[in-house]
Design a protein around this ligand. Structure first.
Ligand code: NAD
Length: 365
């Protein structure tokens, strides 16, 4: 297969973990005789400082001309963000426009922690049960993040508002994707909402239930988001299967899921679009650990596996990457962000050592 791939390294730990993910991609390319032409392009806070825009025109052209996009995390430390004017900050100036440009409406975030790796989680092994295997599917181009934003002032007070809108079609298409996935997996789907307060959530549920009626073989239930946050910690494996979430609730609950399995560094993602798709880790640029070669590259290498599987239809290649990732942990290695069980003594890997081992296991696998 020949493909052109845009590579947006991003900020903070972005360049470090993207580098390791490209090593894995090159190993797959070599093993299977594919040809991936990788085109780097600036994106994020670094692009704002060097090019004057977090999503420069040249980067848009490179992305438009590519088959798929690999994106590292972007952003400065939250307290540094005031160095950039609000409209040029990476979320408003780069990530949301990227999602809108390619209509990447379905964000796949697998949350996986097999029973034998339970020590990575801050939860007790008995709470994790037989292990965690949840596919969180988050709507990515609607809701409050894309609504009109107002920061205003009238005669005697200041105010602000964020509009939250969902259309029938926006909900229907992501729900259909989620039910199809549930049908392929355990047949269980949990729909998360806040319908006791929000009109958009009541509408969301109405459309999701219409879609559910076409999937009688999927065990469907819905749950308020606040209870879902609680249940995710109390008894996470009850969600094994698919969780369907709207944009903002999904943003928050998927980070919590990262905490449940031990680290955001274990959270890859794929953003599937009608125009084009891209992959990125579910976390941010982790400025607190950037440049130290200690970030966990699983999230970015796992995003490559998702790209192979979901964007390029290369299931065998994807499975090689997943197997290599899990083999690293099964061989007794760890990264600095993951905890250790009381009777364990795992060998600590740097970011680049982790990437080297993944390449070795891809080659051997
Ligand atoms: P963050 O997700 O970057 O980090 C939260 C915590 O998780 C930190 O302690 C960090 O060290 C840790 N962490 C994250 N990824 C890790 C990895 N691969 N290995 C080990 N530890 C990891 O959240 P933040 O600090 O609130 O945000 C930093 C910047 O990232 C902000 O500018 C924010 O706006 C941006 N952000 C970008 C995206 C994106 O690019 N899609 C997503 C979320 C946040």
């Amino acid at each position: 297969m020949e493909k052109v791939i845009a590579v947006l390294e991003g900020d903070g730990i972005g360049p470090e973990i993207v580098r390791e993910s490209l090593k894995a991609l090159r190993a797959i390319e070599k093993k299977y005789g594919h040809r991936f032409t990788l085109t780097p392009a600036p994106f994020g806070a670094g692009a704002y400082f060097s090019e004057g825009s977090p999503f420069p025109e040249e980067t848009k052209r490179i992305c438009d001309e590519s088959d798929v996009i690999i994106k590292g995390p972007v952003g400065l430390a939250v307290e540094q963000m005031s160095r950039i004017p609000p409209e040029h900050r990476p979320e408003n100036g780069a990530i949301l426009p990227l999602r809108k440009r390619y209509d990447t409406f379905a964000n796949f975030r697998p949350v996986r922690l097999p029973k034998h790796l339970a020590s990575f989680s801050p939860l007790k092994p008995e709470i994790l049960g037989e292990g965690i295997d949840i596919l969180m599917i988050r709507e990515l181009v609607g809701g409050i993040y894309f609504g009109k934003k107002i920061e205003g002032r009238d005669a005697d007070m200041r105010f602000s508002s964020d509009e939250c809108t969902y259309t029938d079609e926006q909900i229907r298409r992501v729900a259909a994707v989620a039910f199809e996935e549930a049908r392929k997996r355990s047949g269980r789907l949990t729909n998360v909402h806040k319908a006791n307060v929000l009109a958009t959530s009541r509408f969301w549920n109405q459309i999701v239930e219409e879609v559910a009626s076409g999937f009688p073989d999927v065990a469907y239930r819905s749950m308020l988001v606040d209870n879902a946050a609680y249940q995710l910690v109390k008894d996470p494996s009850q969600f094994n299967g698919v969780m369907l979430l709207e944009n903002m609730q999904g943003d928050i609950l998927t980070d919590q899921a990262g905490g449940v399995i031990g680290s955001l560094g274990l959270m890859p993602s794929a953003c599937i679009g009608t125009v084009k798709s891209y992959v990125e880790p579910a976390h941010g640029s982790a400025p607190d650990i950037a440049g130290r070669d200690i970030a966990n590259p699983y999230s970015m290498i796992g995003s490559i596996a998702l790209m192979l599987e979901r964007c390029l239809n290369l299931a065998r290649e994807a499975s090689d990457v997943w197997n290599a990732l899990f083999t690293v942990f099964e061989q007794g290695y760890t990264t600095a962000d993951l905890s250790e069980g009381p009777n364990e003594s795992r060998k600590l890997l740097s970011t680049s050592e982790f990437g080297d081992l993944v390449v070795e296991y891809i080659e051997k696998g």
